[in-house]
Write a protein that binds this ligand. Structure first.
Ligand code: APR
Length: 238
């Protein structure tokens, strides 16, 4: 393992650009439950019940109770060493992009500046009537939250079956195509576009390393796999 870490460090030392792609696993050591890992959130809920436009249409109370519960968990936790290490790595590269699938906002709390939030943010709400988005950090949030226009507010996160924000997606693929090194940290790689971004980077010649205690569908396409916890491994890369 040591040699693997040294190999990655050498790549990072000589890299002119770095892209980091993160999933729920980077927040696991902060206490944010992942979706699919051993204690994954989806184990206790069916994603189709909660994170879809249809579910919200059918029962906005249930969906908002679930998001209010997740917001209350996230509001009490701190970034972990992985978030801080990623924020530090950003300072060391002129060309750096952090692409996250997480909606918890912990990368920004840890100091990351150049963050592409592919799935939106749990702290942003959007009116289903007028489309206006705004930040809302109320914990608990008054259910059902209303827009000044009277419309119902929804979490401004990407639900299953919904398109990702186009501009964010474009920038993510752009960064992945120009990366010298890509670190894929804490994602199961089963939800697009995580897998495609890693493939794009690799096909464009990047050295791609996966940091995840569990193997994933990405494990067979990356150049290096470190079966470690992000909070333990990421600080050693500094
Ligand atoms: N360090 C690194 N990886 C970890 C850690 C850790 N401490 N703990 C768990 N993991 C790994 C798990 O092994 C798993 O592969 O993190 C991954 C988390 O996978 P998911 O729970 O599927 O989260 P993610 O890949 O981000 O899901 C993608 O799916 O449900 C949607 O929109 C949601 O953004 C989410 C998307």
């Amino acid at each position: 393992m040591q040699t693997e870490i040294e190999k990655l460090k050498n790549r990072l030392r000589s890299a002119r650009s770095l892209v980091i792609l993160t999933g729920a696993g980077v927040s696991a050591e902060s206490g944010v439950p992942t979706f699919r890992g051993a204690d994954g959130l989806w184990r206790s809920h069916n994603p189709q019940e909660l994170a879809t436009p249809g579910a919200f249409e059918a029962d906005p109370f249930l969906v908002w109770e679930w998001y209010d519960w997740r917001r209350s968990i996230i509001s009490k936790i701190q970034p972990n060493p992985a978030h801080y290490a990623i924020a530090e790595l950003e300072k060391r590269y002129l060309e750096f992009t952090l692409i996250t699938q997480n909606v918890d906002g912990l990368h920004a709390v840890a100091g990351s500046k150049k963050v592409i939030e592919l799935h939106g943010s749990i702290w942003t709400v959007r009116c289903v009537e007028c489309g206006n988005s705004s930040e809302n950090r109320d914990v608990p949030i008054k259910i059902l939250p209303r827009c000044p226009c009277g419309g119902l507010l929804r979490p401004a996160v990407v639900w299953f079956g919904e398109p990702l924000p186009e501009e964010a997606l474009f920038r993510a693929f752009e960064a992945s195509s120009n990366a010298a090194v890509m670190l894929v940290v804490g994602t199961s790689g089963v939800v697009q576009p995580a897998a495609s971004l890693a493939l794009r980077a690799r096909d464009a010649g990047a050295f791609v390393a996966e940091i995840n205690p569990e193997a994933t569908p990405l494990s067979s396409i990356v150049d290096l796999r470190l079966p470690c916890k992000a909070g333990e491994l990421m600080p050693t890369l500094l």
